[in-house]
Write a protein that binds this ligand. Structure first.
Ligand SMILES: [Ca+2]
Length: 188
């Protein structure tokens, strides 16, 4: 596994003052908003989103969101994370669901969102795509900004020999656990 988001190209629906979307992938986990390493959408943006372009399709295992620590931590709520195969410039791009953050993320806390879905054969399917989008699904009011001090996208890379990954990108973690751990080094 590897972090694939650091320093990658980012886009957001709006920007509050100088707190641009790249600040969420600058590999700086400072959570004091005014220290200048957190991103925020603008007041009045009622469909706020942020996304990172990973540069190529990746199998996404986990996305972590780091909340601001100085105030207004309650704004990290009603959030959906998606893994998309087309640029998420519209609200209906193609892709796959990763997970949600409903709320209750404390000040300065980092919350993990796990993407793999359980499939019908008891294994896991990893969402695959080039773009990871974080957006709010509803707004309490016009000040309910999307604020992200850091986003970390963790991808898993499968060997291409097909020993334990099918063409549909499914992995049976239980029956192949030994090989999986042995190959990746560790599962975190
Ligand atoms: Ca940052």
């Amino acid at each position: 596994m590897a972090v694939v988001s650091s320093g990658k190209t980012t886009v957001s629906s709006s920007i509050w003052e100088t707190y641009s979307p790249d600040l969420a992938v600058d590999n700086n986990f400072q959570t004091n908003f005014y220290a200048g390493s957190c991103f925020s959408t603008d007041v009045g943006d009622m469909q706020p989103y942020w996304y990172v372009d990973l540069g190529r399709d990746c199998n996404i295992y986990q996305v972590t969101l780091t909340n601001r620590g100085d105030m207004q931590e309650e704004r990290m709520r009603n959030i959906e994370v998606d893994v998309l195969t087309s640029p998420p410039t519209s609200m209906t791009p193609t892709g796959d669901f990763c997970g949600t953050v409903t709320g209750s993320v404390g000040a300065g806390e980092t919350t993990p969102v796990y993407c793999p879905h359980t499939n019908t054969t008891g294994g896991f399917t990893f969402p695959r795509g080039r773009y990871v989008r974080v957006r709010k699904t509803s707004m309490e009011d016009k000040y309910d900004l999307l604020t992200l001090c850091e986003v970390r996208v963790v991808a898993i890379f499968f060997p291409t020999n097909g020993h334990f990954i099918s063409s549909t990108n499914e992995l049976d973690l239980d029956s192949h656990k030994d090989r999986f751990y042995g190959w990746s080094g560790r599962l975190f």
